[in-house]
Ligand binder design. Sequence first.
Ligand SMILES: NC(=O)c1ccc[n+]([C@@H]2O[C@H](COP(=O)([O-])OP(=O)(O)OC[C@H]3O[C@@H](n4cnc5c(N)ncnc54)[C@H](O)[C@@H]3O)[C@@H](O)[C@H]2O)c1
Ligand SMILES: O=P(O)(O)OC[C@@H](O)[C@@H](O)[C@H](O)[C@H](O)CO
Length: 384
Amino acid sequence: MKAVHFGAGNIGRGFVGLILHRAGYELVFADVNAELIDALAAAGHYTVHEVGAQPRDERVDGFRALNSGDDEDGVRAEIASADIVTTAVGPTLLRFIAPHIVAGLRQRLANAAPLQVMACENAINATDSLRDQMRAIVDANEWKELEKRAVFANTAVDRIVPGQAAKAGLDVTVEDFFEWVIDAEPFGEAVPAIPDATFVLSLAPYIERKLFTVNTGHATAAYLGFAAGASTLSDALADPAVAAGVSAALAETSALLVAKHGLDPVVQDTYRQKILARFANPALPDTVGRIGRQPLRKLSREERLIGPAAQLAERSLPSVALGAAIAAALRFDLPDDEQSVELQQKLRSLGAEDFTRSVTGLALEHPLFPAIVSLVAQRQAELA
Ligand SMILES: NC(=O)c1ccc[n+]([C@@H]2O[C@H](COP(=O)([O-])OP(=O)(O)OC[C@H]3O[C@@H](n4cnc5c(N)ncnc54)[C@H](O)[C@@H]3O)[C@@H](O)[C@H]2O)c1
Ligand SMILES: O=P(O)(O)OC[C@@H](O)[C@@H](O)[C@H](O)[C@H](O)CO
């Protein structure tokens, strides 16, 4: 069994690659970072350090590493004969992965088992987006043939992997918790043999529960923390006002998840408490810069802040604490983060309604629209 994994970064090495290696897949990393790929190819192994209540080290070896930026033929050939393709590059970069998979499918034998494609990104239905990016670059008739050669399954991935110290080299320090939930339905009888993954028949509750609890809580801590002057997650959460803001935001998203997916409120409460304990893992230093990265993505329509706030508004349920997190996100101003620079530029150059429409994707008539316009106008008044 062979897996090609795009993105040999933190989650790629510390989670997806590790789990596929453990499952016995012959692993091929593909990445555009030449230095990283050269180091992986030369070393041939790295260690994942799991930290938390049950620390342990695990060696990953026997993989190959390809530079997908300059060895397109090599990557295509690997995909043509692979069983699985996974990604962990960032949801906005899937368009760069699509041409590789299309090229690999063109070369794949028509009678080979379908390639199992799973995007492991923090986004609702990222694999569907990847498939759509592939379909967009192929003639409709050819697509009919190519799509028979692949199966596309959405997934929800959860493991906190902070930025790594430069001296760590290829090794990755990760929390001891992980969860990889995969939609089983597209596979039919041919579910991939990945013992550490959980296959479910309906992914929607899992993916929203993850994004709107782990990532909403994380983003709220990062943005409130940044506004309060914190640079690490632990400093942010040590501020009682930030901790209270996170709890309040998660109480709102939990109300939504319970109402929408019929989750047991007690089970959801336990899930939420566990996540707060994961955030507080003292062995896992993390920064508000990493967690808040790419605020334009995080303020988009289906994402961790606007997504639940919009759905709460549609149900006439409160989203006051999420509003405070969104207001803080509008204050996220980190020169190293391109999207944060763009966010501040847009706040200066667009009217409040135009900003709200273009950044959050909310329509004028949406019940959340006026509240967001008002938050944007407040931020613009500060900047004026
Ligand atoms: N770090 C976490 O805690 C965590 C947890 C769950 C999910 N995720 C998700 O996983 C994805 C990756 O996050 P990360 O933290 O590992 O980021 P990262 O920056 O550490 O890794 C991303 C990797 O993708 C590579 N890459 C970029 N463009 C590429 C391309 N065109 N082709 C091949 N490789 C390319 C980069 O060089 C980098 O090595 C994101 O969608 C993120 O939301 C992260
Ligand atoms: O990766 P992002 O930028 O979507 O979100 C930042 C963090 O919240 C995220 O990486 C978490 O650490 C991860 O989702 C935990 O499973």
